[in-house]
Design a protein around this ligand. Sequence first.
Ligand SMILES: Cc1cc2nc3c(=O)[nH]c(=O)nc-3n(C[C@H](O)[C@H](O)[C@H](O)COP(=O)(O)OP(=O)(O)OC[C@H]3O[C@@H](n4cnc5c(N)ncnc54)[C@H](O)[C@@H]3O)c2cc1C
Length: 412
Amino acid sequence: MVIIGGGYTGLSAGRHLKQMKPGMDVRVIESEICGYGASGRNGGFSITLFGLTKGITQFRFSDEKAKSAHGYMEQAVDYLHDFITGNNIDCDYERSGYLLVGTSPGQIKRVEHDFKIMERWGMGGVERWDKERLSAEFGSDFYKIGWFEPRCGILNPAKLARGMKEFAESQGVTVYEQSPVVGFSRNRGGGFTVRTETGDIGCEYLVFATNAYSVLFPELKSIQRPAFTHIVMTEPLSKIQLKSIGWGCRAGVEDARDLIHYYRLTKDNRIVMGGGDVSFGYGTDFNKDLNEKIFAHLEHHVIEVFPQLKGIRFTNKWGGPVSVTVDMAPVIGYLGKDKKCIFSMGCVGHGVSMTTTNGRAIADMIAGLQTSRTDMFFVGRKTFPWPPDLLSYGVSNAIRGFMKLEDRLYYK
Ligand SMILES: Cc1cc2nc3c(=O)[nH]c(=O)nc-3n(C[C@H](O)[C@H](O)[C@H](O)COP(=O)(O)OP(=O)(O)OC[C@H]3O[C@@H](n4cnc5c(N)ncnc54)[C@H](O)[C@@H]3O)c2cc1C
Protein backbone atom coordinates (compact mmCIF):
# COMPACT_ATOMS: atom_id res chain seq x y z
CA MET A 1 0.00 0.00 0.00
CA VAL A 2 1.06 3.62 -0.55
CA ILE A 3 0.67 6.53 1.84
CA ILE A 4 1.19 9.99 0.37
CA GLY A 5 2.56 12.41 2.98
CA GLY A 6 5.19 11.92 5.67
CA GLY A 7 3.65 13.89 8.54
CA TYR A 8 2.24 12.46 11.76
CA THR A 9 -0.83 11.02 9.97
CA GLY A 10 1.10 9.17 7.27
CA LEU A 11 3.87 7.91 9.53
CA SER A 12 1.41 6.75 12.17
CA ALA A 13 -0.84 4.97 9.63
CA GLY A 14 2.22 3.29 8.11
CA ARG A 15 3.70 1.92 11.30
CA HIS A 16 0.38 0.77 12.74
CA LEU A 17 -0.44 -1.10 9.56
CA LYS A 18 2.97 -2.71 9.42
CA GLN A 19 2.59 -3.79 13.06
CA MET A 20 -0.84 -5.30 12.30
CA LYS A 21 0.14 -6.86 8.99
CA PRO A 22 3.90 -7.51 8.96
CA GLY A 23 3.72 -9.11 5.50
CA MET A 24 2.24 -6.03 3.85
CA ASP A 25 4.45 -3.77 1.70
CA VAL A 26 3.88 -0.32 3.26
CA ARG A 27 5.43 2.75 1.61
CA VAL A 28 5.27 6.38 2.69
CA ILE A 29 6.03 8.88 -0.07
CA GLU A 30 6.97 12.39 1.03
CA SER A 31 7.62 15.28 -1.35
CA GLU A 32 10.18 17.03 0.88
CA ILE A 33 11.38 15.49 4.16
CA CYS A 34 9.15 13.90 6.81
CA GLY A 35 7.85 16.71 9.00
CA TYR A 36 8.12 19.34 6.25
CA GLY A 37 4.40 20.15 6.58
CA ALA A 38 2.46 21.18 9.68
CA SER A 39 3.92 18.26 11.65
CA GLY A 40 7.39 19.78 11.71
CA ARG A 41 6.37 23.38 12.32
CA ASN A 42 3.48 23.43 14.75
CA GLY A 43 3.21 25.01 18.18
CA GLY A 44 3.92 21.69 19.90
CA PHE A 45 0.73 21.47 22.00
CA SER A 46 -0.61 17.97 22.54
CA ILE A 47 -4.16 18.84 23.60
CA THR A 48 -7.70 17.48 23.69
CA LEU A 49 -9.37 20.05 21.45
CA PHE A 50 -11.34 18.51 18.58
CA GLY A 51 -11.97 20.85 15.63
CA LEU A 52 -11.88 24.58 16.23
CA THR A 53 -13.78 24.94 19.53
CA LYS A 54 -15.99 22.83 21.80
CA GLY A 55 -18.90 25.20 21.13
CA ILE A 56 -18.69 24.85 17.32
CA THR A 57 -18.43 21.05 17.51
CA GLN A 58 -21.42 20.90 19.83
CA PHE A 59 -23.45 23.26 17.62
CA ARG A 60 -22.57 21.42 14.40
CA PHE A 61 -22.97 17.82 15.58
CA SER A 62 -24.79 17.51 18.98
CA ASP A 63 -23.84 17.31 22.61
CA GLU A 64 -23.46 13.55 22.40
CA LYS A 65 -21.04 13.61 19.46
CA ALA A 66 -19.03 16.51 20.85
CA LYS A 67 -18.64 14.55 24.07
CA SER A 68 -17.51 11.43 22.22
CA ALA A 69 -15.04 13.56 20.23
CA HIS A 70 -13.60 14.81 23.49
CA GLY A 71 -13.23 11.22 24.72
CA TYR A 72 -11.39 10.36 21.48
CA MET A 73 -9.05 13.30 22.01
CA GLU A 74 -8.34 12.39 25.63
CA GLN A 75 -7.31 8.94 24.45
CA ALA A 76 -5.27 10.51 21.64
CA VAL A 77 -3.30 12.67 24.11
CA ASP A 78 -2.67 9.66 26.38
CA TYR A 79 -1.73 7.47 23.41
CA LEU A 80 0.82 10.00 22.13
CA HIS A 81 2.27 10.26 25.64
CA ASP A 82 2.59 6.47 25.85
CA PHE A 83 4.11 6.23 22.37
CA ILE A 84 6.76 8.89 23.10
CA THR A 85 7.71 7.67 26.56
CA GLY A 86 7.37 3.95 25.74
CA ASN A 87 9.66 4.19 22.71
CA ASN A 88 12.08 6.84 23.97
CA ILE A 89 11.21 9.26 21.16
CA ASP A 90 13.53 12.24 21.71
CA CYS A 91 11.19 15.23 21.26
CA ASP A 92 11.53 17.30 24.48
CA TYR A 93 8.13 16.06 25.62
CA GLU A 94 6.84 17.50 28.89
CA ARG A 95 3.48 16.52 30.35
CA SER A 96 3.04 19.99 31.80
CA GLY A 97 -0.64 20.50 30.95
CA TYR A 98 -2.66 23.02 28.97
CA LEU A 99 -4.02 26.31 30.29
CA LEU A 100 -6.81 28.25 28.58
CA VAL A 101 -6.78 31.81 29.91
CA GLY A 102 -9.23 34.70 29.79
CA THR A 103 -7.57 38.11 29.65
CA SER A 104 -10.56 40.43 29.17
CA PRO A 105 -14.28 40.51 30.20
CA GLY A 106 -15.32 38.91 26.87
CA GLN A 107 -12.73 36.17 27.21
CA ILE A 108 -13.73 35.53 30.84
CA LYS A 109 -17.29 34.80 29.65
CA ARG A 110 -15.97 32.43 27.03
CA VAL A 111 -13.74 30.52 29.46
CA GLU A 112 -16.67 30.22 31.90
CA HIS A 113 -18.87 28.96 29.05
CA ASP A 114 -16.33 26.26 28.10
CA PHE A 115 -16.02 25.29 31.73
CA LYS A 116 -19.79 24.87 31.98
CA ILE A 117 -19.81 22.64 28.89
CA MET A 118 -17.12 20.48 30.47
CA GLU A 119 -19.06 20.26 33.73
CA ARG A 120 -22.16 19.20 31.81
CA TRP A 121 -20.15 16.52 30.03
CA GLY A 122 -18.91 15.32 33.41
CA MET A 123 -15.34 15.90 32.27
CA GLY A 124 -12.84 15.08 34.98
CA GLY A 125 -9.27 16.25 35.33
CA VAL A 126 -9.81 19.94 34.65
CA GLU A 127 -9.09 22.60 37.26
CA ARG A 128 -10.53 26.10 37.41
CA TRP A 129 -7.84 28.67 38.14
CA ASP A 130 -8.86 32.07 39.51
CA LYS A 131 -6.89 35.29 39.32
CA GLU A 132 -5.09 34.60 42.58
CA ARG A 133 -3.91 31.16 41.42
CA LEU A 134 -2.81 32.58 38.08
CA SER A 135 -0.91 35.44 39.72
CA ALA A 136 0.89 32.95 41.95
CA GLU A 137 1.91 30.96 38.86
CA PHE A 138 2.86 33.75 36.45
CA GLY A 139 4.75 37.02 36.76
CA SER A 140 2.03 38.71 34.71
CA ASP A 141 -1.12 40.68 35.47
CA PHE A 142 -2.57 39.64 32.17
CA TYR A 143 -4.59 36.60 33.20
CA LYS A 144 -8.00 36.96 34.87
CA ILE A 145 -9.31 33.38 34.75
CA GLY A 146 -8.28 30.01 33.36
CA TRP A 147 -8.89 26.31 33.23
CA PHE A 148 -6.05 23.87 33.42
CA GLU A 149 -5.92 20.37 31.96
CA PRO A 150 -2.95 18.42 33.36
CA ARG A 151 -3.26 15.48 30.95
CA CYS A 152 -1.94 17.61 28.01
CA GLY A 153 1.69 18.16 27.01
CA ILE A 154 4.18 20.21 25.02
CA LEU A 155 6.88 18.97 22.66
CA ASN A 156 9.29 19.81 19.87
CA PRO A 157 7.20 19.06 16.76
CA ALA A 158 10.02 18.53 14.25
CA LYS A 159 11.86 16.17 16.59
CA LEU A 160 8.63 14.19 17.01
CA ALA A 161 8.19 13.94 13.23
CA ARG A 162 11.77 12.75 12.71
CA GLY A 163 11.40 10.32 15.63
CA MET A 164 8.22 8.93 14.10
CA LYS A 165 9.96 8.47 10.77
CA GLU A 166 12.79 6.49 12.37
CA PHE A 167 10.30 4.43 14.37
CA ALA A 168 8.20 3.65 11.29
CA GLU A 169 11.32 2.53 9.43
CA SER A 170 12.35 0.35 12.37
CA GLN A 171 8.98 -1.41 12.02
CA GLY A 172 9.61 -2.13 8.34
CA VAL A 173 7.88 0.81 6.63
CA THR A 174 9.71 2.07 3.53
CA VAL A 175 9.92 5.87 3.49
CA TYR A 176 10.82 7.80 0.34
CA GLU A 177 11.69 11.47 0.88
CA GLN A 178 12.19 14.15 -1.81
CA SER A 179 9.64 12.25 -3.93
CA PRO A 180 6.63 14.37 -4.82
CA VAL A 181 3.61 12.45 -6.03
CA VAL A 182 2.46 14.12 -9.24
CA GLY A 183 -0.74 12.16 -9.84
CA PHE A 184 -2.56 8.88 -9.46
CA SER A 185 -5.07 6.78 -11.35
CA ARG A 186 -7.30 3.79 -10.69
CA ASN A 187 -6.31 0.59 -12.46
CA ARG A 188 -8.95 -1.24 -14.48
CA GLY A 189 -8.54 -4.49 -12.58
CA GLY A 190 -8.54 -2.72 -9.18
CA GLY A 191 -5.87 -0.89 -7.23
CA PHE A 192 -4.01 2.30 -8.09
CA THR A 193 -1.00 3.60 -9.92
CA VAL A 194 0.77 6.39 -8.07
CA ARG A 195 2.99 8.59 -10.22
CA THR A 196 6.16 10.26 -8.95
CA GLU A 197 8.75 12.23 -10.90
CA THR A 198 11.05 9.22 -10.98
CA GLY A 199 8.64 6.34 -11.53
CA ASP A 200 5.25 4.75 -10.90
CA ILE A 201 4.18 2.54 -7.99
CA GLY A 202 1.24 0.16 -8.07
CA CYS A 203 -0.76 -0.52 -4.90
CA GLU A 204 -4.03 -2.01 -3.71
CA TYR A 205 -4.69 0.65 -1.04
CA LEU A 206 -3.93 4.35 -1.23
CA VAL A 207 -3.92 6.87 1.65
CA PHE A 208 -3.83 10.64 1.30
CA ALA A 209 -2.11 11.94 4.43
CA THR A 210 -1.50 15.26 2.72
CA ASN A 211 -3.51 17.47 5.09
CA ALA A 212 -3.62 21.10 3.87
CA TYR A 213 -1.65 20.17 0.73
CA SER A 214 -4.60 18.02 -0.39
CA VAL A 215 -5.86 21.13 -2.17
CA LEU A 216 -3.16 20.44 -4.78
CA PHE A 217 -4.99 17.25 -5.84
CA PRO A 218 -8.08 18.11 -7.92
CA GLU A 219 -9.95 15.04 -6.58
CA LEU A 220 -9.63 16.33 -2.98
CA LYS A 221 -9.62 20.05 -3.53
CA SER A 222 -13.10 20.94 -2.29
CA ILE A 223 -12.92 18.92 0.98
CA GLN A 224 -10.63 21.35 2.78
CA ARG A 225 -8.63 24.54 2.33
CA PRO A 226 -5.32 25.65 3.85
CA ALA A 227 -5.13 28.48 6.39
CA PHE A 228 -1.71 29.72 7.46
CA THR A 229 -0.76 30.32 11.08
CA HIS A 230 2.50 31.89 12.23
CA ILE A 231 4.98 31.65 15.09
CA VAL A 232 7.89 33.66 16.54
CA MET A 233 10.50 32.39 19.01
CA THR A 234 12.69 34.31 21.47
CA GLU A 235 16.27 33.71 22.42
CA PRO A 236 16.66 31.50 25.54
CA LEU A 237 15.52 33.37 28.65
CA SER A 238 18.21 34.07 31.24
CA LYS A 239 17.66 32.66 34.75
CA ILE A 240 16.63 36.14 35.93
CA GLN A 241 14.15 36.58 33.07
CA LEU A 242 12.69 33.15 33.68
CA LYS A 243 12.31 33.84 37.39
CA SER A 244 10.58 37.14 36.63
CA ILE A 245 7.86 35.53 34.50
CA GLY A 246 7.23 32.58 36.81
CA TRP A 247 5.50 29.93 34.66
CA GLY A 248 6.60 27.21 37.05
CA CYS A 249 3.92 24.83 35.72
CA ARG A 250 5.37 25.16 32.17
CA ALA A 251 1.87 24.52 30.74
CA GLY A 252 1.13 25.43 27.13
CA VAL A 253 -1.05 28.57 27.23
CA GLU A 254 -3.82 29.72 24.88
CA ASP A 255 -6.05 32.75 25.25
CA ALA A 256 -9.77 32.83 24.46
CA ARG A 257 -9.84 35.25 21.53
CA ASP A 258 -11.32 34.25 18.17
CA LEU A 259 -7.86 34.44 16.63
CA ILE A 260 -6.12 32.85 19.57
CA HIS A 261 -2.56 33.32 20.76
CA TYR A 262 -0.84 30.06 21.73
CA TYR A 263 2.48 29.97 23.53
CA ARG A 264 4.79 27.74 25.49
CA LEU A 265 8.34 27.36 26.76
CA THR A 266 10.89 25.22 24.93
CA LYS A 267 13.32 22.86 26.62
CA ASP A 268 16.01 25.59 26.58
CA ASN A 269 13.50 28.15 27.91
CA ARG A 270 12.69 30.19 24.84
CA ILE A 271 9.14 31.46 24.39
CA VAL A 272 7.36 30.19 21.30
CA MET A 273 4.42 32.53 20.52
CA GLY A 274 1.96 31.72 17.73
CA GLY A 275 -1.42 32.67 16.29
CA GLY A 276 -3.00 36.11 16.70
CA ASP A 277 -4.09 36.16 13.07
CA VAL A 278 -4.23 33.85 10.02
CA SER A 279 -3.62 34.28 6.31
CA PHE A 280 -4.91 32.55 3.18
CA GLY A 281 -3.47 31.86 -0.24
CA TYR A 282 -5.58 32.17 -3.35
CA GLY A 283 -6.40 28.77 -4.87
CA THR A 284 -3.31 26.60 -4.65
CA ASP A 285 -0.91 29.38 -3.56
CA PHE A 286 1.25 27.96 -0.73
CA ASN A 287 3.65 30.89 -0.58
CA LYS A 288 2.21 32.22 2.69
CA ASP A 289 4.57 30.92 5.36
CA LEU A 290 6.09 34.32 6.12
CA ASN A 291 4.00 37.31 7.19
CA GLU A 292 5.93 40.23 8.68
CA LYS A 293 2.81 41.96 9.97
CA ILE A 294 1.75 38.93 11.96
CA PHE A 295 5.31 38.34 13.20
CA ALA A 296 5.43 41.94 14.48
CA HIS A 297 2.06 41.44 16.20
CA LEU A 298 3.32 38.27 17.92
CA GLU A 299 6.56 39.90 19.08
CA HIS A 300 4.50 42.75 20.51
CA HIS A 301 2.19 40.29 22.27
CA VAL A 302 5.08 38.58 24.10
CA ILE A 303 5.90 41.95 25.67
CA GLU A 304 2.22 42.71 26.31
CA VAL A 305 1.96 39.54 28.42
CA PHE A 306 5.41 39.81 29.99
CA PRO A 307 6.47 43.50 29.97
CA GLN A 308 9.57 42.59 31.97
CA LEU A 309 10.98 40.90 28.82
CA LYS A 310 11.14 44.19 26.87
CA GLY A 311 14.24 44.16 24.66
CA ILE A 312 14.39 40.35 24.33
CA ARG A 313 15.66 39.13 20.96
CA PHE A 314 13.51 37.10 18.58
CA THR A 315 15.64 34.52 16.80
CA ASN A 316 13.21 32.57 14.62
CA LYS A 317 9.93 33.07 12.76
CA TRP A 318 7.97 30.67 10.61
CA GLY A 319 4.49 29.69 9.51
CA GLY A 320 2.65 26.78 8.04
CA PRO A 321 -0.66 25.53 6.68
CA VAL A 322 -3.45 23.97 8.73
CA SER A 323 -6.27 22.11 7.05
CA VAL A 324 -9.78 23.59 7.40
CA THR A 325 -13.08 22.00 6.38
CA VAL A 326 -16.15 24.21 5.95
CA ASP A 327 -17.54 23.10 9.34
CA MET A 328 -14.13 23.34 11.06
CA ALA A 329 -14.16 19.66 12.05
CA PRO A 330 -11.87 16.79 11.05
CA VAL A 331 -12.82 14.06 8.61
CA ILE A 332 -11.46 10.63 7.71
CA GLY A 333 -13.14 9.61 4.48
CA TYR A 334 -13.13 7.41 1.43
CA LEU A 335 -12.50 8.53 -2.12
CA GLY A 336 -14.53 6.18 -4.30
CA LYS A 337 -16.97 3.43 -3.43
CA ASP A 338 -14.51 0.55 -3.08
CA LYS A 339 -13.19 1.96 0.25
CA LYS A 340 -9.60 1.42 -0.85
CA CYS A 341 -8.59 5.06 -1.03
CA ILE A 342 -8.67 6.88 2.32
CA PHE A 343 -8.00 10.51 3.22
CA SER A 344 -7.65 12.27 6.56
CA MET A 345 -7.73 16.05 6.99
CA GLY A 346 -9.32 19.03 8.69
CA CYS A 347 -7.66 18.94 12.13
CA VAL A 348 -7.47 22.76 12.01
CA GLY A 349 -4.71 23.77 14.46
CA HIS A 350 -5.33 20.79 16.72
CA GLY A 351 -3.77 17.78 15.06
CA VAL A 352 -0.66 16.89 17.07
CA SER A 353 -2.29 14.24 19.23
CA MET A 354 -5.24 13.60 16.94
CA THR A 355 -3.32 12.71 13.77
CA THR A 356 -1.35 9.99 15.55
CA THR A 357 -4.61 8.30 16.56
CA ASN A 358 -6.20 9.04 13.17
CA GLY A 359 -3.27 7.15 11.60
CA ARG A 360 -4.16 4.23 13.85
CA ALA A 361 -7.80 4.49 12.73
CA ILE A 362 -6.71 4.41 9.07
CA ALA A 363 -4.67 1.26 9.74
CA ASP A 364 -7.76 -0.31 11.39
CA MET A 365 -9.83 0.56 8.31
CA ILE A 366 -7.34 -0.98 5.88
CA ALA A 367 -6.96 -4.08 8.06
CA GLY A 368 -10.78 -4.43 7.93
CA LEU A 369 -11.20 -4.01 11.70
CA GLN A 370 -14.14 -2.35 13.38
CA THR A 371 -12.83 -0.48 16.43
CA SER A 372 -13.86 2.39 18.70
CA ARG A 373 -11.79 4.57 16.36
CA THR A 374 -13.44 3.49 13.11
CA ASP A 375 -16.85 3.86 14.80
CA MET A 376 -16.32 7.59 15.43
CA PHE A 377 -18.90 9.84 13.79
CA PHE A 378 -16.31 11.79 11.76
CA VAL A 379 -15.08 8.62 10.00
CA GLY A 380 -16.83 8.41 6.62
CA ARG A 381 -18.90 11.52 7.32
CA LYS A 382 -20.20 13.74 4.53
CA THR A 383 -18.54 17.14 4.41
CA PHE A 384 -19.81 20.38 2.89
CA PRO A 385 -17.62 21.25 -0.12
CA TRP A 386 -15.69 24.50 -0.25
CA PRO A 387 -16.93 26.66 -3.14
CA PRO A 388 -14.68 27.61 -6.12
CA ASP A 389 -11.45 29.56 -5.46
CA LEU A 390 -12.73 33.13 -5.74
CA LEU A 391 -15.68 32.52 -3.43
CA SER A 392 -13.63 30.44 -0.95
CA TYR A 393 -10.99 33.15 -0.78
CA GLY A 394 -13.62 35.83 -0.26
CA VAL A 395 -15.52 33.84 2.39
CA SER A 396 -12.31 32.94 4.29
CA ASN A 397 -11.18 36.54 4.41
CA ALA A 398 -14.65 37.73 5.39
CA ILE A 399 -14.66 35.27 8.34
CA ARG A 400 -11.16 36.43 9.30
CA GLY A 401 -12.32 40.06 9.16
CA PHE A 402 -15.30 39.26 11.36
CA MET A 403 -13.08 37.48 13.89
CA LYS A 404 -10.66 40.41 13.98
CA LEU A 405 -13.55 42.77 14.60
CA GLU A 406 -14.98 40.58 17.37
CA ASP A 407 -11.55 40.37 18.98
CA ARG A 408 -11.20 44.15 18.87
CA LEU A 409 -14.68 44.74 20.29
CA TYR A 410 -15.18 41.91 22.78
CA TYR A 411 -12.12 39.74 23.29
CA LYS A 412 -9.20 42.17 23.25
C1 LIG B 1 2.15 26.82 12.59
C2 LIG B 1 1.27 25.69 13.05
C3 LIG B 1 1.01 25.53 14.41
C4 LIG B 1 0.22 24.45 14.85
N1 LIG B 1 0.13 24.23 16.20
C5 LIG B 1 -0.49 23.11 16.65
C6 LIG B 1 -0.44 22.78 18.03
O1 LIG B 1 0.22 23.44 18.83
N2 LIG B 1 -1.15 21.69 18.44
C7 LIG B 1 -1.84 20.90 17.56
O2 LIG B 1 -2.48 19.94 18.00
N3 LIG B 1 -1.83 21.16 16.22
C8 LIG B 1 -1.15 22.22 15.74
N4 LIG B 1 -1.10 22.46 14.40
C9 LIG B 1 -1.76 21.50 13.49
C10 LIG B 1 -0.94 20.19 13.34
O3 LIG B 1 0.41 20.51 13.17
C11 LIG B 1 -1.47 19.40 12.16
O4 LIG B 1 -2.86 19.13 12.36
C12 LIG B 1 -0.76 18.06 11.96
O5 LIG B 1 0.65 18.19 12.03
C13 LIG B 1 -1.15 17.48 10.61
O6 LIG B 1 -0.37 16.34 10.35
P1 LIG B 1 -0.49 15.59 8.96
O7 LIG B 1 0.47 14.47 8.96
O8 LIG B 1 -1.92 15.26 8.72
O9 LIG B 1 -0.12 16.69 7.88
P2 LIG B 1 1.30 17.38 7.50
O10 LIG B 1 2.24 17.37 8.64
O11 LIG B 1 0.98 18.70 6.90
O12 LIG B 1 1.86 16.40 6.43
C14 LIG B 1 1.46 16.38 5.08
C15 LIG B 1 2.67 15.97 4.28
O13 LIG B 1 2.29 15.69 2.95
C16 LIG B 1 3.39 16.04 2.14
N5 LIG B 1 2.91 16.18 0.75
C17 LIG B 1 2.07 17.12 0.26
N6 LIG B 1 1.87 16.94 -1.05
C18 LIG B 1 2.59 15.85 -1.41
C19 LIG B 1 2.81 15.16 -2.63
N7 LIG B 1 2.25 15.58 -3.78
N8 LIG B 1 3.61 14.07 -2.64
C20 LIG B 1 4.18 13.64 -1.48
N9 LIG B 1 4.02 14.26 -0.29
C21 LIG B 1 3.24 15.35 -0.26
C22 LIG B 1 3.86 17.36 2.73
O14 LIG B 1 5.18 17.68 2.34
C23 LIG B 1 3.71 17.07 4.22
O15 LIG B 1 4.92 16.62 4.80
C24 LIG B 1 -0.36 23.55 13.92
C25 LIG B 1 -0.10 23.71 12.56
C26 LIG B 1 0.70 24.76 12.12
C27 LIG B 1 0.98 24.90 10.66
